[in-house]
Design a protein around this ligand. Structure first.
Ligand code: AMP
Length: 285
């Protein structure tokens, strides 16, 4: 596995590979790799792509300095995991190259209005501007490619798809299902920050989703139900919503059909998110 730290070397490498006939599969990450990330590497490999993974803990998407400071960083273990799961090239750009003006503001920001300021965006203002801006830059450096994202960050997928459409970026976005632990907890780099007790309480998120998946209800009933399952488990609820999977707008009780249940909450000082597809019915039971 090749390791690159310089962004111009990266650009040169992918250009050359494309000239040699390879399609590039890009997986952007913040490191502390786990089976969720590995599933994206493997999907890219299965599609026959040359697999390029990036690790960059992007400070512009963290509102909270403490959250950024304690974000887990395990570069050498990451390199091992990446190689084991078929990554051909691991790119670890420096902060100086990605955001030369940091901590000053960049002059150019990509902002996806409407999609980036609801749900996660509401509680974390500026978060999706940071995400969209860094992903746009990573896409520019990597060049034409397929980019693999996890539905774990469902809102992120919706935001990135919109950005790609609006800016006509030469990238095909592929979204893949959430990888979970044996007990249902969605894998996340932040899970290592959970104490034993907090991890037990964190199961409230996936339990709430399973609960509303198993029996069709009206949207308003789903919201109430998810909130109470999470609260019972000891999760400090940030939101529990049922939304249109394309517009992310909260859906009304009269609507029916496939929608997305989205939950977020804090346990033991760690913020977690999860989501699942749900079917709403216009009449509750
Ligand atoms: P992150 O390193 O958390 O920024 O995640 C990098 C990519 O891995 C994103 O596309 C995430 O959605 C994806 N990812 C993270 N956790 C999971 C998971 N449990 N299942 C599937 N994809 C995941």
């Amino acid at each position: 596995m090749r390791r690159i730290h310089d962004i111009e070397e990266w650009r040169h490498y992918t250009d050359e590979q494309r000239r040699g006939g390879r399609n590039i599969g890009l997986v952007t990450t913040m490191g502390a790799l786990h089976e969720g990330h590995a599933s994206l590497f493997e999907a890219a490999k299965k599609n026959g792509d040359l697999v390029v993974a990036t690790i960059f803990v992007n400070p512009r998407q963290f509102g909270d300095a403490r959250d950024l400071d304690r974000y887990p960083r395990t570069p050498e273990l990451d390199a091992k995991i990446a190689e084991e799961h078929g990554v051909d090239c691991l790119v670890e750009p420096s902060l100086e190259q990605m955001w030369p003006q940091y901590p000053g503001p960049t002059l150019t920001t990509v902002s996806v209005r409407g999609l980036g300021d609801v749900l996660e965006g509401e509680g974390r203002p500026g978060h999706f501007d940071g995400v969209a801006s860094v992903v746009a830059k990573l896409f520019a450096l990597n060049g034409p490619s397929r980019a693999y994202f996890g539905e774990k960050d469902f809102q992120q997928v919706v935001v990135i798809r919109q950005m790609v459409r609006d800016l006509a970026l030469p990238v095909e976005v592929v979204a893949l299902p959430i990888v979970r632990d044996h007990d249902g907890l969605a894998l996340s780099s932040r899970n290592v920050l959970l104490s034993e007790d907090a991890r037990r309480r964190a199961l409230g998120l996936s339990r709430a989703l399973r609960d509303v998946q198993s029996s069709p209800r009206r949207a308003s009933e789903m919201r109430t139900r998810m909130r109470s399952v999470m609260e019972e488990a000891g999760v400090e609820v940030s939101y529990a919503d049922v939304v249109d999977p394309f517009t992310l707008q909260a859906c009304a009780d009269e609507e029916r059909g496939p929608r997305r249940a989205m939950v977020a909450g804090v346990v033991g000082g760690v913020r977690l998110i999860d989501n699942a597809p749900v079917e709403i019915v216009s009449r509750g039971r």
